[in-house]
Design a protein around this ligand. Structure first.
Ligand code: NAP
Length: 291
């Protein structure tokens, strides 16, 4: 039987709907959630990503600002902008759109984002919280993967999950979320020997390598949940994931398409993280004013 297609656009719509009453409750308390996105340079894809994020904010009634700096700006100028955004009480989320132009130290800049406003979850304090299964802000794509699994009612505890990819913000964070939920997790990467054998034993197979066609049907256990995080631009201009979709969908129990799977969930989880950040900032005990 062909796999059930997990529709990220529809699940993202549920996520947005679930945010509406939370945003309304914040507004009743005088808090209007706000997100700022900083783009540096003129990467065309980044421009589209920032535009989509701003549009998503508008659709759910969140305030947003898009900031831009030239590709040849100094690191000091970026730091100054980020510090200003960190201090702005109208903003509960601050993101730096990646990739950055050469010459800028992405890690140093990402660590400058206030951990309470770090709605991309890239700050080491938030990644550390994830390692320790403590409350923090979790990277959006991994959060989106978990929301897809949960929406479909796919059991996680006690299942064997295989994650292909180990970048901190994608593969490794997905692996940590799965471990924190009680899965037994194998993480594969470019040095893994016998990827096919590892993948073929997965109840939940997550492909996050950025290699079109890497996951072939022999790597899919019958009935497995296959979540394709990869986004690859093919020679004909079309987008494809890491999974050979047509064949894999004949073998899997559930599968995400590309486009229309994990991608829309990433933006939805960014908006969800902004609402969460606004709630936590609003609930945080206020320090008495200095005398
Ligand atoms: P990345 O930093 O380049 O990491 C890729 C990972 O895949 C690395 O850990 C690499 O192993 C591993 N890998 C590469 N080739 C492999 C192979 N042949 N076999 C096994 N493992 C292999 O990329 P990323 O930022 O994690 O993103 C991964 C993919 O997800 C990309 O296609 C990206 O565009 C996509 N993505 C999608 C979304 C979304 O919203 N859908 C969001 C973020 C990223 P090593 O560590 O050994 O090099």
């Amino acid at each position: 039987m062909p796999a059930r297609i997990l529709d990220g656009v529809a699940i993202a719509r549920h996520i947005y709907a679930s945010l509406v009453p939370r945003i309304a409750a914040l507004k009743l308390r005088g808090v209007h959630p706000g997100l700022a996105a900083l783009q540096i340079g003129d990467n065309a894809a980044s421009r589209i990503y920032v535009r989509n994020k701003v549009r998503a904010c508008t659709e759910v009634g969140i305030y947003s600002e898009a900031h831009h700096l030239d590709a040849d700006c100094s690191e000091a100028a970026v730091l100054k902008t980020l510090e200003k955004l960190n201090r702005n009480p109208q903003l509960h989320g601050v993101i730096v759109q990646l990739p950055l132009p050469p010459g800028l130290n992405a890690q140093r800049l990402l660590q400058t984002v206030d951990m309470d406003k770090d709605v991309d979850g890239f700050n080491w304090a938030n990644l550390g919280a994830l390692v320790d299964a403590r409350k923090g802000l979790v990277p959006c794509t991994p959060l989106g993967v978990m929301a897809i699994l949960d929406d479909a009612g796919i059991a996680i505890e006690g299942r064997h999950a295989v994650v292909i990819g180990r970048s901190p913000s994608v593969g490794k964070s997905i692996a940590l979320l799965l471990i924190n939920r009680g899965a037994t997790v194998t993480v594969c990467h470019s040095k893994t020997r016998d990827l096919v054998n590892h993948a073929a034993r997965a109840d939940i197979l997550i492909a996050a390598a950025g290699r079109a066609g890497l996951v072939t049907v022999d790597m899919v256990k019958p009935g497995a949940a296959v979540i394709d995080v990869g986004i690859n631009r093919l020679a004909d201009g079309k987008l494809a994931g890491d999974v050979a979709f047509a064949a894999a969908s004949e073998q899997a129990g559930w599968i995400t398409p590309v486009p229309g799977g994990v991608g829309p969930m990433t933006v939805a989880m960014l908006i969800a993280n902004t609402v969460t950040a606004a709630e936590r900032i609003a609930d945080a005990p206020k320090l008495p004013a200095a005398v």
